[in-house]
Design a binder for this molecule. Structure first.
Ligand code: FES
Length: 190
């Protein structure tokens, strides 16, 4: 007759057959041996996940906004500029020369029409000279030497009706070779 087991008793362990016990022992050893590998994998996965999260957070905090350079600026009053001079005060900040003569003032864009370098104004030689391949331009902006294929461009220029200041707008450009330098937006009468 089979022995009766009360609810609080643990069933007697049945001895395992020899090969089954060996299998379980082996499985236990494999698990212990592979533990560092599993741990490393987990850390790598965690690091990758955190990296991805940081990247997403970074994109959120610093959105991919393109900061365009300022195209339009106020340049003071006509009387701030000497007649007959090429004024360089806005060259570094806005890439513009303001040239005033007896009759008009115009804004030359300081970008060589060959490959886009920034020319220099050479007062002693009365010309703009590009340091890259030697193009030369008269003070009007018309090219006369070197590989530049056409004159410098001029930017829109006008007097602000509100305060009388000169305003230069580089987003509107005038090309001499297209006959645009006669456009009244390309100069101010002085
Ligand atoms: S970029 Fe000015 S001459 Fe070539």
């Amino acid at each position: 007759m089979a022995e009766e087991i009360t609810p609080f008793q643990v069933a007697p362990k049945t001895p395992l057959a020899g090969s089954a016990a060996a299998d379980i022992r082996d499985q236990g050893e494999i698990t212990r041996r592979s533990f560092p590998l599993v741990l490393t994998t987990a850390w790598v996965a965690l690091a990758a996940a955190l990296g991805g999260l940081a990247s997403i957070l970074g994109r959120f905090m610093f959105p991919n906004v393109l900061f365009e350079p300022v195209q339009k600026f106020k340049a003071g009053f006509l009387n701030d500029y000497t007649v007959g001079a090429v004024d360089e005060r806005w060259k570094e900040k806005y890439g513009i020369w303001l040239v005033r003569n007896e009759k008009v003032m115009y804004a030359l864009i300081a970008v060589c029409t060959h490959l886009g370098c920034t020319p220099n104004w050479l007062e002693s030689q009365n010309k703009f000279k590009c340091p890259c391949h030697g193009s030369g331009y008269y003070r009007t902006g018309v090219n006369f030497e070197g590989p530049a294929p056409r004159p410098l461009e001029r930017a829109k220029i006008f007097l602000d009706p509100a305060d009388g200041q000169i305003v230069v707008d580089k987003s509107v450009q005038f090309h001499q070779e297209r006959g645009e330098w006669t456009n009244p937006d390309s100069f101010i009468k002085t």
